[in-house]
Ligand binder design. Structure first.
Ligand SMILES: NC(=O)C1=CN([C@@H]2O[C@H](COP(=O)(O)OP(=O)(O)OC[C@H]3O[C@@H](n4cnc5c(N)ncnc54)[C@H](O)[C@@H]3O)[C@@H](O)[C@H]2O)C=CC1
Ligand SMILES: O=C(O)CCC(=O)C(=O)O
Length: 528
């Protein structure tokens, strides 16, 4: 199988070597800025790799009929329509670690340049103007740096700023007292950070919640004379509000690496002498570009080759050791979901997944996605995958519930999948037996012991003498060998089930003959 990978932004050559050398990958590299036909090009590609310039919009994705994965060589994925990608089952991966150091160093470079007005003084000197009085700066020592967003880059900035003997106050909704203490920073609310800081640096992603987080109201809460650094994303600061705050002298300096609309040829803020700027260079170092290109290329190759990816953005991310531990349950869940959906006739209203015993200790949401995928695939086909399964379920009005119980009901691990329709509720339960593999152990209230593999016939029949014989002799007439047989009943002479594993698939006519038997209420043949 050969895969087509398209790259539309400049990437470090070294990072492309694994893709170039891969025998099953065809690589196309274009400069998107010079190419307006992305919609055309994306039609026949399996993977797309971008940095921040290419805008992967919903409109573009509508043309991406083969696209399976988008790789972002960097952190911020705000240039990719994540909802549209998820709906189409396209996985998005990024390279979150490779440019942390470079972005933190760039932030420090901007902080120091801002404090000492280095770009302005340099510009004057380049113009042969030996001016010292206009470029008097301030020291960083003993000043308070407010860090908004104490993730990878924010934490690195805080660490470096402490080296400058600055006091750090940070706001991050996920910041714990423990992490703050470990990093030696003060823990503040957003308002406290705004009010107490001499310098404020922003390191959040651009999200709906962070769009214009720093707006007119936020500027009003700041100290007079505050200086701002934004090395995260344009759009987190309301640029018009910043402009007015500088004009009114509330803000005495701003260092910007990022802007609401990039690239641009003119920007009002750059007319102000208080503003210094770089054209989105936070990650532009040889080291960072090499690392992010390698990381993203490797994840693209892993995904296309069916291996576990490291940095998914629109799927839950778990350490590889934990995912390996969970592998048998993905397999079991998929078999249970496929089995159950074949036993249900009416439209599904609810899917309930119960994780019991040692399974309850795991982060089970990836298994839930796999089960929902296997259920939906029967009617929606192969375009349902782990990425879009929950979205598609919700869109069809199907509610998905997860229950966990550490109680051990005779099995060290038990996974129950239950489907509710407007007429009935059906369930299958299974377990993974170490060394032996998966087993289906319950079908509704019936106890069975079936390896979920091969051609399986599920028969719901009346509990009466002769049924097993009749079914056995019909199968013998069809030259179909029975490998295993399980029976159970609700009560003597009541409902009963039979689960047969056979060596070859039944033809439609053979199935019709079995259905003619009076004792049979329902029959389903499932290939697992
Ligand atoms: N200028 C450049 O070239 C670069 C810019 N970036 C930008 O920097 C951002 C941060 O990168 P990382 O530190 O690697 O990401 P990260 O995910 O490690 O950290 C982001 C932090 O922001 C916090 N956060 C989210 N919403 C918040 C809110 N409303 N208020 C305060 N904190 C909030 C999160 O809890 C998280 O701790 C990226 O999203 C990207 O947009 C990243 C690399 C290079
Ligand atoms: O690709 C780039 O140079 C921009 C890096 C960036 O902004 C990010 O990683 O979020």
């Amino acid at each position: 199988m050969s895969f087509h990978v398209l790259i539309t932004d400049p990437l470090h050559e070294e990072g492309l070597v694994p893709l170039k050398n891969h025998p099953d990958i065809k690589l196309t590299i274009i400069n998107q800025r010079r190419s307006s036909n992305l919609k055309e090009l994306i039609r026949d590609v399996d993977a797309l790799i971008v940095r921040s310039q290419t805008q992967v919009t919903r409109d573009v994705l509508e043309h991406a009929t083969r696209l399976k994965i988008i790789g972002r060589a960097g952190v911020g994925v705000d240039n990719i329509d994540l909802d549209a990608a998820t709906e189409r089952g396209i996985i998005v991966v990024n390279a979150p670690n490779g440019n942390t150091n470079s972005a933190a160093e760039h932030t420090m470079a901007l902080l120091m340049s801002l404090a000492r007005k280095i770009p302005q003084a340099y510009q004057a000197l380049k113009n042969m103007d030996w001016d010292r009085k206009n470029y008097v700066g301030v020291e960083l020592r003993n000043k308070t740096l407010g860090v908004i967003g104490l993730g990878r880059i924010g934490a690195e900035v805080a660490y470096r700023a402490k080296g400058q003997r600055m006091e750090i106050i940070a706001y991050d909704p996920f910041l714990t007292q423990e992490k703050a203490e470990k990093l030696g920073v003060n823990f503040g609310t957003l308002d406290e950070v705004l009010a107490l800081s001499d310098f404020i640096t922003i390191h959040t992603p651009l999200l709906n919640e962070t769009k214009h987080l720093i707006n007119t109201k936020a500027f009003q809460k700041m100290k007079k004379g505050v200086q701002i650094i934004n090395c995260a994303r344009g759009g987190i600061i309301d640029e018009e509000a910043l402009y007015q705050a500088i004009i009114s002298k509330k803000v005495t300096g701003a260092a910007l690496d990022v802007f609401e609309n990039e690239p641009f040829h003119h920007h009002k803020l750059l007319e102000l002498p208080e503003v210094i700027a770089t054209p989105h260079l936070g990650a532009s170092t040889i080291e960072a570009q090499e690392m992010v290109a390698i990381d993203v290329s490797q994840d693209i190759i892993r995904y296309l080759m069916g291996e576990q990816i490291k940095n998914p953005v629109n799927l839950p991310s778990l350490p590889i050791e934990i995912l390996n531990k969970m592998k048998p349950y993905f397999h079991l869940g998929e078999k249970l979901g496929t089995t159950l959906i074949h036993l249900v006739e009416q439209p599904i209203e609810e899917i309930t997944l119960s994780y019991e015993g040692e399974l309850a200790e795991l982060e089970v949401s990836p298994i839930t996605r796999t089960i929902v995928k296997s259920v939906l695939q029967r009617h929606l086909g192969d375009h349902v995958n782990d990425v879009n399964a929950l979205y598609l379920a919700e869109k069809r009005g199907i509610t998905v519930h997860e229950n966990k119980s550490s109680a051990n009901k005779g099995f060290t691990n038990l996974l129950k999948v239950e489907i509710k329709t407007n007429r009935e509720s059906k369930s299958v339960s299974g377990t993974h037996l170490p060394g032996l593999g998966p087993r289906i152990v319950r079908l509704d209230e019936y106890r069975i012991d079936v390896i979920p593999e091969g051609h399986i016939i599920f028969i719901h029949h009346n509990d009466q003498p002769g049924v097993i014989g009749k079914i056995g002799s019909l199968l013998a007439d069809f030259q179909i060998n029975i490998a295993t047989m399980q029976v159970d009943r609700s009560n003597l002479g009541g409902d009963a089930i039979m689960v047969l594993k056979v060596d070859k698939r039944l033809h439609e006519q053979e199935l019709a003959r079995l259905k003619e038997l009076d004792e049979i209420k329902e029959i389903q043949v499932i290939d697992l």
